[in-house]
Design a protein around this ligand. Structure first.
Ligand code: SF4
Ligand code: SF4
Length: 431
């Protein structure tokens, strides 16, 4: 990264009233110089490199999983014009009511789509690859209110039901199976949600690109990149590959606690925009009193050249601010997010205690309805969770703590439990 500061626009927005959201978005876009200025920004150096680093290949395993091969359509790194084919990529993790703050609110999605159309960018599609590959994206979009918003604007859904394998010489990944729409588009507008995440602490702009990966391949990625750090490196690779041209974060009502699906909605009253997903996620961190350096996707994002969490200028209605000033002025110090340093860095001397400090997913038996969605979500061969006697049960000897089961449980029946020692450590080393 060069020394130019990444810009993040932050606008206050206190409700999902369509008019208020549209006005907030218009201000944020103006702070960044409007779409034409935003879309003229150069992609990160690592992603504008030699196309020889990437090649489309056909994978027999992927074919069996419903993945189609196809002609190389090129990745979205062309000059953006009003003719360009753009995708709106909301967070469509699961079939939930928008009021649960699990998915991008339709009012934000609608405002972004409408603003693009009014600026002349009318060749739009939308979509995402939901967490549960057995559920069609259209059904998820309908339940989340996104389909209705898209229909209202006349924006059709893109092809997120098929994928193509793309080779990529990344830091962690050597290939991705991307949804075909991602390959066909000239640019992605990442309309992400401000939420907590059990593996990566937060899921914001960086992690939302994971929905560009086709269906069941997301589960396989969790198994392949099983730690928070390796998973984050893969996410940074993915961001370099698909590099959305704009990130809009719905932080009007965020999710805290047991995210990304079973947490608690909490108002943060902000809409944020940036071309740098690391900077955007870092400002999210400052708003919730979390050290950006503790978020693995921020660290890998900066190391791998996606963006910066150190050199940021926040553009607000009250002028230019530092992320620290923004955190103090607009943040919520008590936002429920993992702040413990865990046993990296300063805590290395007591690393032998690690097994006693690890958290693990647990089933709340009263809430479990035995649907088996968690079992299907588990990426481990032989499964680390199964339904027995109508209730889900863990085999912790197989569990890699990826939390896909917790992420996908529709009944909020899975929580993440810390040992007493871990809770004490968390309090002791809380920032
Ligand atoms: S834990 Fe959740 S996803 Fe798993 S069987 Fe129970 S209700 Fe279904
Ligand atoms: S049981 Fe849950 S946390 Fe453990 S490996 Fe399977 S999906 Fe991941």
């Amino acid at each position: 990264m060069n020394n130019v500061k990444s810009k993040v626009a932050l606008v206050r927005c206190f409700s999902y009233q369509q008019e208020e959201v549209e006005q907030a978005l218009a201000k944020g876009l103006a702070f960044l110089g409007g779409f034409s200025n935003i879309f003229s920004a150069k992609p990160p150096a690592a992603s504008s490199g030699d196309a020889a680093d990437r090649s489309l290949t056909r994978d027999p395993e992927a074919d069996r999983a419903g993945v189609m091969s196809g002609e190389p359509a090129g990745l979205p790194r062309r000059q953006i014009t009003t003719e360009s084919r753009l995708i709106l990529k909301p967070n469509l993790l699961a079939k939930t009511d928008p009021d649960k703050a699990c998915t991008t609110h339709p009012a934000v999605f609608h405002a972004v789509g409408k603003a693009l159309q009014e600026a002349g960018y009318t060749n739009l599609k939308y979509g995402d690859s939901p967490g549960n590959p057995m559920i069609r994206v259209e059904k998820v979009a309908e339940e989340c209110g996104i389909k209705q918003a898209a229909d209202d604007l006349g924006i059709p859904m893109g092809d997120f039901e098929h994928g193509t394998q793309v080779g990529f010489a990344g830091r962690a990944a050597d290939h991705f199976v991307l949804c075909n729409e991602v390959l066909a588009a000239d640019g992605i507008i990442n309309v992400c949600k401000m939420k907590t995440h059990q593996l990566e602490r937060i899921t914001g702009a960086m992690k939302n690109t994971f929905g560009c990966v086709f269906g069941i391949n997301k589960g396989a990625s969790h198994a392949r990149f099983a730690t928070a750090e390796t998973f984050a490196k893969m996410i940074a690779d993915l961001n370099l590959l698909v590099h959305p041209i704009l990130h809009v974060m719905d932080g009007v009502v965020a999710m805290e606690g047991n995210g990304p699906q079973s947490g608690t909605p909490t108002p943060m009253n902000v809409l944020m925009l940036s071309t740098d997903p690391v900077a955007l996620d870092a400002v999210f961190c400052h708003l919730v009193n979390l050290d950006p350096e503790l978020v693995p996707t921020n660290v890998s994002g900066m190391e791998q050249g996606v963006g910066t969490f150190a050199e940021i200028e926040v553009l607000t209605e009250e002028g230019r601010m530092t992320p620290e000033e923004v955190g103090k002025k607009y943040g919520n110090k008590k936002f429920n997010v993992q702040r413990s340093k865990e046993f990296r860095g300063a805590l290395k001397p007591v690393r032998f205690l690690k097994p006693f400090l690890e958290k693990k997913p647990v089933v709340k038996r009263k809430k479990c309805v035995g649907c088996g969605i968690c079992v299907r979500a588990c990426p481990v061969e032989g499964k680390a969770i199964e339904v027995s006697g109508g209730k889900a049960e863990y085999d912790y000897s197989k569990c890699i703590k990826c939390y896909c089961c917790q992420e996908m449980c529709p009944e909020e029946a899975i929580t993440v439990k810390k040992s007493l020692l871990a809770r004490i450590a968390d309090r002791r080393w809380r920032l």
